[in-house]
Ligand binder design. Structure first.
Ligand code: ADP
Ligand code: ZN
Length: 222
């Protein structure tokens, strides 16, 4: 297979679903290398807006810090605009969207997806992972004090940015995020399974193993 063929074959519109801490962001960042599609993370877009202190950022900061969801109207408008751009026409990985049935229905109206990958992880593992997570202020890359330490303490391997602990990775907010996930986002698993779009991947193993299993289950060349 030539490089071009691979480039086209792998183009897909994908949703990465799963609880906070399942590794969606890390896996998406790795997967887009071979898929050649943009990684669109609503969490990263919101955090960038907060850092930039834009109108949107100032409006959503308190909501995000507490672990609750930003309202559907705001989030849907943001994603609709992002998916209208040229680079998203062939495919994309949506990470962190949709998170409610209303968001899923809206997405089906403006950009139906090919597959939904459900990264499955127990609550115990979620708590363990989010507890030690460190995030790059600049590019959003994730590290972990036990499972994926940066080469240099406090510094992002990919861009040299500063690593910090997200406010919503603190204990009270993590519990809230899990509750929100179970109540509002987990119903999407059944919703997409019924439509025949769901692919389950165990998010328990190390990220390279999970990535390999993800590729295998979608038939993506590595
Ligand atoms: P996680 O690490 O929990 O997957 P994200 O980085 O995806 O977190 O999102 C962080 C926060 O941004 C969420 O807790 C929520 O407040 C907000 N957010 C992100 N995506 C959405 C969405 N699709 N709908 C509503 N709020 C969202
Ligand atoms: Zn970085």
């Amino acid at each position: 297979m030539s490089g071009w063929d691979k480039w086209y074959t792998n183009a897909m519109k994908l949703i990465f679903l799963g609880p906070p801490g399942a590794g969606k962001g890390t896996l998406a960042a790795k997967a887009v290398d071979s898929l050649k599609v943009p990684h669109i993370s609503t969490g990263n877009i919101f955090r960038a807006a907060i850092t930039a202190q834009s109108v949107l950022g100032r409006r959503v900061k308190a909501i995000i810090d507490s672990g609750k969801l930003v309202d559907d109207e705001t989030t849907i408008a943001l994603v609709r605009d992002r998916l209208a751009r040229d680079d998203a026409q062939r495919g994309y990985i949506l990470d962190g969207f949709p998170r409610t049935i209303a968001q899923a229905e809206a997405l089906a109206g403006f950009s139906p997806v090919d597959r939904v990958v459900n990264f499955d992880l127990s609550d115990a593992a979620v708590l363990e992972r989010l507890g030690g997570r460190r995030t790059c202020r600049n590019c959003g890359a994730n590290f972990h004090v036990l499972f994926g330490r940066p080469k240099q303490e406090g510094i992002c391997d990919s861009c040299g940015g500063e690593l910090y602990i997200r406010n919503d990775d603190r204990e009270e907010a993590v519990a809230k995020r899990l509750e929100v996930y179970r109540e509002q986002t987990a119903p999407l698993i059944g919703y997409y399974r019924e439509k025949g779009l769901l692919v389950d991947v165990d998010a328990g193993p190390a990220s390279d193993t999970v990535l390999g299993n993800f590729r295998k289950s979608l038939g993506i060349a590595g």
